[in-house]
Ligand binder design. Structure first.
Ligand code: 13P
Length: 251
């Protein structure tokens, strides 16, 4: 049985004080929930304060990006060992906003995943097609290219723990959620690719999150799909009440 993983991607929202306020409001609302993994992803600058605030709770912290070198002359970048020593557990890589605005490619995402493994961090690897691609009947091709490119040579023992997030770009921040059937179709496709790249056992173990306009009122139906194992939540993760309802969707 795969354990659900509900993660909030705060994107470029909340300063350090607001970030601590948000996570402190969340802690009591999710603390009884031992059935799912709960993750919050604040901006880099708030990570230490948020890690401090969640000590001893059931909430883990994610970063939203990283570089692939351990250190060096890479102005403005943050290295995996720095994240590790700050208490981060997960790192979101390949988000569509990073692909769109910051030139991230399947090849750089692949390098980042390998770098994260080296430091005992868990990647959340994002993939997803644009609206034009879906409309041109290219969704399958796009997802396959992204998955094969991002997962190239990732060792099976690490891949087993890695999280994949399917985020159709047309559903991000638009209020246009993929229907549970649309999402399930792509999740099954991704699981099939994992089986092809590794084996059935590994494919069944990897958790695949859905992201794109997940809200308290649509989460339950999405999570009810066979191959959906969690959510990567943007807007609704910025309100403690809403994110807690998403985390507690089984209650
Ligand atoms: P929204 O939930 O705001 O659509 O954002 C989804 C997302 O991009 C999470 O990474």
């Amino acid at each position: 049985m795969r354990r659900y993983i509900l993660a909030g991607n705060w994107k470029m929202h909340k300063d350090a004080k607001e970030a601590v306020e948000l996570v402190k409001a969340l802690i009591p609302l999710v603390k009884e929930n031992k059935e799912v993994d709960v993750v919050v992803g604040p901006p880099f600058i708030s990570i230490p304060a948020v890690v401090d605030a969640v000590q001893g709770t059931n909430i883990d912290v994610a970063a939203q990006n990283c570089y692939w070198e351990d250190s060096g002359a890479f102005t403005g970048e943050v290295a995996p060992p720095m994240l590790k020593s700050s208490g981060v557990k997960y790192v979101i890589i390949g988000h569509s906003e990073r692909r769109q605005f910051f030139g991230e490619t399947d090849a750089t995402i692949n390098k980042k995943a390998l770098a994260l493994y080296k430091h005992g961090l868990v990647p959340i690897i994002c993939c997803g097609e644009l609206l034009e691609e879906r409309e041109a009947d290219k969704m399958e091709q796009v997802i396959e290219t992204q998955i094969r490119g991002c997962l190239k040579n990732l060792p099976a023992d690490k891949m087993r723990e890695t999280v994949v997030a399917y985020e159709p770009v047309w559903a991000i921040g638009t209020g246009k959620v993929a229907s549970p059937a649309q999402a399930q179709e792509v999740h099954a496709l991704i699981r099939g690719l994992l089986e092809d790249l590794y084996d059935k056992d590994l494919a069944q173990a990897v958790r695949i999150q859905y992201g794109g306009s997940v809200k308290p009122d649509n989460v339950k139906e999405l999570m009810g799909q066979t191959d959906i194992d969690g959510a990567l939540v943007g807007g609704a993760a910025l309100k403690a009440d809403d994110f807690a309802k998403i985390v507690n969707f089984q209650k």
